[in-house]
Design a binder for this molecule. Structure first.
Ligand code: 10G
Ligand code: SF4
Length: 326
């Protein structure tokens, strides 16, 4: 892409040094995050505060704090929810035992699991009904992984995290396997994993569609589109946000220094020393207001010229659950 419109003057009228910003698009909230946050807001309107939320609704402290102010109470386990309070399950999905226990206790519960995660849950059930053992590509301990593995009885799925894991896998019937993936993985790493799985298990059944979701792949594509034009990149997102951490890795693989920042006040100006063109993106759980906050903070030290670079147009919207939709 031609960059002539980004040639900056050496000095500026304000006396602040120039900094060109390339802002990736798409970035920030995906349709699943939008929907999950709306479910909590609508649940508070419908039932009144407090509405309990099991796990951070999405992995962003700013989002969580805003919902807390509106009347949400965040807990990690169902045991922490009182009998008379409604509870929302986070966008990352939950093991089957969680709604089961909630119903057993007579709790009012709402499921904010992203429909694209639920789709993987259903695929897992279907493959298991067909008698296949499922290899699940994902990151151990992540709530989405715990939720997806928890759709089937113990032993029905095996987690594989790395190509090294593929080499050492012990399976009962190599001709009766299928694989599924976490939705927020690195597109490139996953391609390598799939290649390794297919090389070792030529009869393994592939997912019909892609399990890495549209938002994850689009945000990674958008980083690839700008990273090589940038001296460094800021990814707005939380350290526990899998998709945000993947965006840092994508930039670094393109050869560009990258760092995760949670919000404007976290910018380390020493880290930006010598940077003339800075890339900015945001993970799927980071609101646009934090992008503006970061740009505003940068503007306290630099004369900013910003340009948005769109890699893919995105228009996805997910329906709200029945009973909450207007
Ligand atoms: O990227 P992860 O899965 O850690 O979650 P997040 O809350 O940072 O972003 C939204 C993505 C999901 C809800 C997982 S499908
Ligand atoms: Fe859904 Fe993808 Fe967003 Fe996860 S990252 S909530 S799968 S759209």
């Amino acid at each position: 892409m031609a960059q002539t419109d980004l040639e900056t003057p050496v000095t500026t009228e304000s006396g602040l040094p120039p900094l060109d910003l390339l802002i990736a698009a798409p970035r920030g909230f995906c349709a699943g995050v939008d929907r999950a946050i709306r479910i909590v807001e609508l649940a508070i309107e419908k039932y009144g505060a407090p509405v309990y939320v099991r796990h951070e609704i999405v992995h962003n402290r700013f989002v969580v704090d805003e919902l807390r102010q509106k009347g949400a109470v965040f807990v990690e386990e169902l045991d922490e929810v009182p009998d008379d309070a409604p509870v929302v399950f986070s966008a990352h999905g939950v093991p089957k035992a969680v709604p089961f226990k909630a119903s057993e206790r007579g709790l009012t519960w709402l499921d904010a699991t992203c429909p694209l995660v639920s789709k993987v849950h259903r695929q897992a059930e279907r493959l298991s009904e067909q008698g296949r053992h499922i290899l699940f590509i994902g990151h151990q301990g992540h709530p989405e992984v715990i939720g997806t593995l928890g759709q089937l009885p113990d032993g029905a799925m095996t987690l594989v995290e790395t190509i090294a894991d593929v080499a050492t896998l012990v399976v009962a019937d190599p001709d009766n396997l299928a694989f599924l993936t976490q939705t927020t993985l690195s597109v490139d790493d996953t391609a390598g994993m799939v290649e390794a799985l297919r090389a070792r298990f030529p009869n393994i059944q592939m997912p019909r569609g892609e399990d890495i979701c549209y938002a994850t792949s689009n945000r990674q594509a958008a980083v690839k589109r700008i990273a090589h034009q940038c001296d460094a990149m800021l990814v707005i997102g939380a350290p526990n946000s899998s998709n945000s951490v993947r965006l840092v890795e994508v930039a670094e693989r393109e050869g560009t220094r990258a760092i995760l920042v949670q919000r404007g006040e976290c910018i380390d100006f020493d880290w930006l020393d010598g940077v003339k063109t800075l890339g900015i993106t945001a993970g799927a759980s980071a609101p646009e207001i934090l992008v503006r906050e970061v740009v505003d903070r940068l503007a306290t030290r630099y004369t900013i010229r910003e340009r948005e670079v769109e890699a893919v147009a995105e228009r996805m919207i997910f329906k709200l659950p029945r009973g909450l939709a207007a």
